[in-house]
Design a protein around this ligand. Structure first.
Ligand SMILES: [Zn+2]
Length: 509
C-alpha cells in the first residue's frame, strides 16, 4: 500500500483543492495503485488465488492496521516508553497457552481477569533508532531537513553477534511524523507486508536474532514456551512473555511459508525420495499424522490425515523412485522401493515363532535378505548401471513359488508376510535393477525420530495453525541442515529482510 490509514484520513476534497498540478498527479498515482490493490484483495478467495484453503488459516487474523484503531489512540498508547515496554499481550492478541497439554481440562492460557505478569521496562537502552519520513505522502515534496515529532515507539530486544560471541541489545525505535507545507502530516511507519501479515504486534519486541534463538530452543532443544521464558530470564536476563514467544514462533513460520512451494518442487523433481509418517496429536483433531518427505537436499513435513490426498498433492508429477514402508497411500506410484528393515523384522518374528512352518519361512526370508544385501553391497563397488536382475531371476522365481504356497498357510503372520511379498513384489525387489538405490527407509525414519521425542514431551500441537507453523519450521530447519547451512542464520536473515521490506531469499542449495 502506498498510503497508510493515517495519511488517507487526512486526504479530503479540501486538501485536493489546495494541491498544484504535479502534486495532484503524483497523489493520484498513489491512490490508483492502492485502489487496484484493495480491489484485488477484495476479490481474492481461495477459489481464484493460488492459495489452497488450508493456507488461509494463518492469515485469518485481523491485520495490525485493522487492530490499531484510532490514530489518536495509538499516539496516546504508544508514545510513552512506560507503555511501550509493558506486556505486549494486548497488541499480540489473545495470549496463547504455554504447554500443550491435551489432558488439561482448563482452557489453555491466562484466565480472564487473572493478574498478568508485569514486564519491567528494560533497565538499559543500548541504541535509539529514529525513523523519519523522507517525503510527504500527500504532495510528494521532500521532507529532508524537517524536524519530526515522535508519535510512537517500541523497544526491540535482540540477541546479536558481537565479536566472537553474542550479546543482548535493547534498541528503542522511535517513529516520527512531519508536517509538510501542504498541511499533510506524514508518518514514518514500520515496514508492513499486507499480503501475509500475521500480526506483527508483539513480535516487533523480539529482534531477529532473539526470534531465531527462540525457534532453536523450541524446535531443536524441544523446550516448551514456559521453559523458554525461564531460560531467557535466567541466562540472558530477558523477560519475554509466553505470548511474545509464541508470536515469535508463529511470525517466523509465516515469514518462511513461501518456501513450501520451493520444497514441494524440489521433491517433485527428485530422483529418489524417502517418505514416512508417524501419528501426531493435535488438540481436538483425530488421527493426524506427521508426514515427512526426504530427498538428498530437501526435507518437507506436513501434519495431515493419513489418506492418499496429501501424497497425491505433494507428489503430483513425481517421476522418481519412492522409498516407503509400504503404506498404501503410495501404491499408485509406478516406481517404488520397499523398506527391507520392516520385512526383515517380520521375518525375524516368524523365525522366533513356535510354528515350525512359520519358522522355516522366516529363516528363508532372512537368508534371502542376507544374500540380497551382500549382492547389492558388492554391486555398489562396481560401476553404476549394472542390474542384478538376471543373476537373481531363478532365485526370485523359486521364492515366489514359496510365497504362493505360504499364502495358504493357517499361521496368520506367515500368511500375511507371504501376501505382503506377493502384493508388492516389484517394489520389494526393485533394488536389484539399481543396486545404488537404498535397501531401507532409514533416511525418513531418522528425520522423524527427533520430532517423535518432541511429540512425547509436548503432546503435539494445539491448533491447525500451530500444526502448520510447526511443519513449516521443521521443514526449513531440516532443509538448512541437510544443505549444510545454519538454520538459525537463515531464519535471522529472513526476519531481518522482512522487516526491511525485502523479499525472502531461498535456502542456498
Ligand atoms: Zn505535502
Amino acid at each position: 500500500m502506498q498510503l497508510s490509514d493515517h495519511s488517507l484520513r487526512q486526504i479530503d476534497e479540501a486538501y485536493l483543492e489546495r494541491l498544484g498540478d504535479e502534486a495532484l498527479r503524483s497523489l493520484s498515482a498513489k491512490l490508483l495503485l492502492d485502489l487496484k490493490e484493495a480491489r484485488e484483495r477484495l476479490n481474492q478467495t481461495s477459489r481464484n488465488s493460488s492459495l489452497p484453503p488450508s493456507r488461509e488459516a494463518p492469515w485469518e487474523r485481523a491485520s495490525p492496521a485493522e487492530r490499531d484503531g484510532d490514530p489518536e489512540e495509538t499516539v496516546a498508547a504508544d508514545v510513552s516508553p512506560e507503555t511501550t515496554a509493558a506486556d505486549p499481550a494486548p497488541e499480540a492478541g489473545p495470549a496463547p497457552a504455554a504447554e500443550t497439554q491435551p489432558m488439561a481440562r482448563k482452557p489453555a492460557g491466562k484466565a480472564k481477569g487473572a493478574p498478568g505478569h508485569g514486564r519491567p521496562a528494560p533497565e538499559r537502552v543500548d541504541a535509539v533508532e529514529l525513523h523519519r519520513p523522507e517525503q510527504c505522502a500527500g504532495c510528494s515534496a521532500s521532507l529532508a531537513g524537517q524536524t519530526g515529532l515522535a508519535y510512537t515507539g517500541y523497544y526491540e530486544v535482540d540477541w546479536i553477534r558481537e565479536g566472537a560471541g553474542r550479546t543482548v541489545r535493547v534498541t528503542k525505535h522511535l517513529f516520527e511524523e512531519s508536517t509538510c507545507g501542504c498541511g499533510h502530516v506524514t508518518r514514518a511507519e514500520p515496514v508492513r507486508r499486507l499480503e501475509d501479515e500475521a500480526g506483527v504486534g508483539g513480535f516487533r519486541l523480539v529482534g531477529p536474532g532473539l526470534a531465531s534463538l527462540i525457534v532453536a530452543l523450541s524446535m531443536r532443544c524441544r523446550m516448551s514456551r514456559v521453559r523458554i521464558r525461564e531460560f531467557l530470564s535466567d541466562w540472558l536476563g530477558l523477560w519475554i512473555s509466553v505470548g511474545a514467544i509464541h508470536e515469535a514462533l508463529a511470525e517466523t513460520a509465516a515469514i518462511v511459508a513461501p518456501l513450501e512451494q520451493e520444497l514441494v518442487r524440489a521433491i517433485q523433481q527428485s530422483e529418489l525420495l524417502h517418505a514416512d509418517e508417524t501419528p501426531w496429536p493435535e488438540q481436538g483433531a483425530s488421527s493426524l499424522w506427521l508426514w515427512v518427505f526426504v530427498t538428498s537436499h530437501a526435507v518437507l513435513y506436513y501434519i495431515s490425515h493419513r489418506g492418499q490426498e496429501l501424497a497425491r498433492n505433494v507428489l503430483e508429477g513425481f517421476v522418481g523412485v519412492l522409498m516407503s514402508d509400504g503404506w498404501q497411500a503410495y501404491r499408485w506410484l509406478e516406481r517404488r522401493l520397499r523398506c527391507w528393515a520392516h520385512l526383515k523384522r517380520k521375518a525375524q518374528g516368524l523365525a522366533d515363532s513356535l510354528d515350525p512352518a512359520a519358522q522355516g519361512f522366516g529363516h528363508e526370508v532372512l537368508a534371502l535378505w542376507n544374500d540380497l544385501r551382500e549382492s547389492v553391497q558388492k554391486a555398489r563397488e562396481g560401476p553404476p548401471g549394472m542390474s542384478l536382475r538376471p543373476e537373481w531371476e531363478e532365485r526370485l522365481q523359486a521364492f515366489r513359488v514359496r510365497c504362493e504356497t505360504m499364502k495358504g498357510h493357517s499361521h496368520a503372520k506367515t500368511h500375511a508376510l507371504a501376501v505382503e511379498f506377493l502384493n508388492d513384489w516389484e517394489a520389494v525387489f526393485c533394488v536389484l535393477e539399481n543396486p545404488f538405490w537404498p535397501l531401507t527407509n532409514n533416511e525418513a525414519e531418522r528425520a522423524l525420530r527427533h520430532w517423535v521425542i518432541l511429540r512425547q514431551i509436548s503432546h503435539g500441537t494445539r491448533t491447525p495453525q500451530g500444526s502448520r507453523h510447526f511443519a513449516l519450521l521443521a521443514s526449513v530447519i531440516d532443509t538448512c541442515r541437510r544443505r549444510g547451512h545454519s538454520p538459525w542464520e537463515y531464519l535471522q536473515t529472513a526476519i531481518t529482510r522482512r522487516r526491511q521490506g525485502l523479499p525472502l531469499l531461498p535456502i542456498p542449495a
